[in-house]
Design a protein around this ligand. Structure first.
Ligand SMILES: C[S@@+](CC[C@H](N)C(=O)[O-])C[C@H]1O[C@@H](n2cnc3c(N)ncnc32)[C@H](O)[C@@H]1O
Length: 210
């Protein structure tokens, strides 16, 4: 049974054009056999377990939040920064009727989606045609999204990573809470971090509205 489960996980990763597949399979195998020792678990392990257990995925819960907070009628054009190779959030938002552009150095062309394969840099990217910028655990892109949102008066919603990332100028943080405080500072009191429990899951979402 476990071997079939691990093979299914591998297929899931291949389909998503995931990177570091061997390492993820090793971690998943350790997880299944009870010898997992790391503090941080790959998102895709959580995603796979959620899907196989019939639970809502990270992108389903976040898309539901976006739909409620930023209805498509008022915020039709969306930029999804750090969409990942599978661009799951983008696909779902397109299904909900948003006109979405997805950007990530890891994303290839995906049928029926508008994807841009490159790093988003707030100092270079023109975001003026968008009504909303979103990011689902966008790692190093988080600060870029906030600065772009602030500079252009465009609202944003970011489902925050659970681990701290360095600031753009290389500052390091002790833990995610210190990083969150830094991110809030950049918003000049415009941002709020909401702890949302949606469909049995807790998400920390940084939102800026104008
Ligand atoms: C943890 S993954 C999340 C991917 C996807 N949103 C998801 O939740 O499945 C973080 C992603 O952010 C991307 N990323 C990091 N910095 C970026 C930047 N400056 N511009 C665009 N994408 C970036 C990485 O390439 C990676 O795919």
């Amino acid at each position: 049974m476990s071997k079939i489960f691990i093979d299914k996980f591998k297929q899931f990763l291949v389909l998503r054009k995931s990177d570091n597949i061997d390492e993820k399979i090793k971690d998943f195998t350790d997880f299944i056999y009870g010898s997992y020792y790391k503090n941080v678990i790959y998102d895709e392990i959580v995603d796979f377990l959620d899907i196989t257990r019939g639970k809502p995925t990270r992108w389903e819960t976040f898309a539901k939040y976006i739909r409620k907070q930023f209805p498509v009628s008022n915020f039709p054009k969306v930029l999804d920064v750090g969409c990942g190779s599978a661009a799951d959030l983008t696909s779902l938002l397109v299904k909900y009727g948003y006109d979405v552009t997805a950007i990530d150095p890891k994303v290839d062309e995906i049928e029926k989606l508008r994807t841009i394969r490159k790093l988003f840099d707030y100092t270079k990217e023109d975001v003026s045609k968008f009504d909303l910028i979103v990011g689902l655990e966008p790692c190093d892109a988080t600060e870029h999204i906030i600065r772009s949102s602030m500079n252009n008066n465009i609202p944003c919603a970011i489902s925050l990573c659970c681990t701290a990332h360095d600031s753009i100028d290389g500052q390091k943080f002790i833990d995610q809470d210190e990083w969150y405080d830094y991110l809030l500072l950049i918003t000049d009191s415009k941002g709020v971090i909401e702890k949302k429990r949606i469909m049995q899951k807790t998400h920390k979402i940084l939102k800026i509205e104008f």
